[in-house]
Write a protein that binds this ligand. Structure first.
Ligand code: ADP
Ligand code: MG
Length: 258
């Protein structure tokens, strides 16, 4: 099956969000297909993080629709949206500094499955939790820091751990908000590999400022300007899109048509 024939897993329809009298999201439309990696780019203040807050249930929408696997999710709580298979990471690191790397991941695995008490109380279930924790540890590349307190990791390590926490529940749709923010060139290169690995077989929507990461990873790129998606296309098409050039890429020195 080619990418365009894959089912749509996440869809935004004419989405609006106002804070007080100020419209921030102003009729955003977007469709993500199963298994694709999409980058969401756009100027600071365009509303990218707000869009994530709406999708993940953190902020209430003003109007419009959000569909996850064909189901309307606008109005659900972050917990409910997460239960339906969507996980998001934040711009800020969100881990327990005193707990070891492995314990941080185990807490996240438990949190994701803890509601099924009857099942998880059994001994076999503890085994399954530990195996899943080991698997997430491997995926986020922190085997060597297994026993280290989360707070003792370097910056890139903490971001990797945070990605581990995000994927621990096994969500099929991942929203990552600027996972390489504040990283050196080397670190973002490694983060790119990590994101590739953890999103393998999943559907990814990634807010990212580093254009090397964007063009190196994305199957498609959506461009958000003043609360609207002005273009959503392949990297090559986005690069040569004049409206995108004028609204955004030109200001970053990404060259027209190259
Ligand atoms: P981006 O992530 O694209 O840089 P944001 O979504 O963070 O942009 O912000 C878009 C605009 O919405 C900004 O002007 C910001 O100040 C405003 N905004 C975001 N969240 C809130 C909020 N909770 N209350 C009021 N204004 C907000
Ligand atoms: Mg943001």
């Amino acid at each position: 099956m080619s990418a365009t024939e894959q089912p749509i897993v996440l869809e935004l329809r004419n989405l609006h969000k106002q804070f007080g009298d100020t419209p921030i999201i102003r009729g955003a439309d977007l469709q993500l297909r199963q298994g694709e990696r999409m980058a969401l780019i756009g100027p600071n203040g365009a509303g990218k993080s707000t869009l994530f807050n709406l999708i993940s249930g953190r902020n209430a929408v003003t109007s419009g629709e959000i569909l996850l696997h064909g189901r309307h999710i606008a109005g659900l709580s972050p917990f409910q949206v997460n239960r339906l298979g969507l996980a998001r990471s934040f711009q800020i690191t969100n881990i327990f500094p005193q707990l070891s790397v492995w314990e941080n991941l185990r807490v996240a695995v438990l949190a994701a499955h803890g509601h099924r008490h009857a099942f998880w109380r059994r001994l076999a279930a503890l085994d399954a939790i530990n195996r899943r924790t080991d698997e997430v540890l491997r995926l986020c590349g922190l085997q060597g820091q297994r026993e280290m307190p989360g707070g003792a990791l370097g910056y890139a390590g903490q971001r990797a751990l945070e990605l581990g926490v995000t994927i621990a529940g096994g969500a099929g749709v991942l929203l990552l908000d600027e996972p390489t923010a504040g990283m050196s060139r080397d670190e973002s290169g490694q983060a790119l590999e990590l994101i590739r690995r953890i999103s393998d077989g999943k559907t990814l929507l990634l807010i990212e400022h580093d254009m090397e990461v964007v063009f190196g990873l994305a199957d498609r790129i959506a461009v958000l300007v003043e609360g609207r998606v002005i273009a959503c296309d392949t990297p090559a098409a986005i690069r040569s899109n004049r409206a995108v050039q004028e609204a955004y890429l030109g200001t970053l020195g990404v060259e027209f048509g190259s």
